[in-house]
Write a protein that binds this ligand. Structure first.
Ligand code: ZN
Length: 59
């Protein structure tokens, strides 16, 4: 099981996540979905490109 980062499309927050072999992403410490109340389907793994995008927004 790999660790990764994921972003919630609803609240735009980024979380440390784990990635089971089934291809889904799950926020570490959370059973399902996002703390904002969104379903896990609102979560997507952050790619290298999206990490760069996040850095641009922060600067
Ligand atoms: Zn959220």
């Amino acid at each position: 099981m790999n660790r990764t980062l994921c972003r919630c499309h609803e609240c735009n927050s980024v979380y440390a996540a784990r990635k089971p072999d089934d291809g889904s992403v799950q926020i570490i410490g959370t059973e399902s979905g996002c703390p904002c109340g969104s379903e896990s389907s609102a979560l997507s793994e952050m790619t290298g490109d999206s990490v760069d995008e996040l850095g641009d927004r922060a600067s």
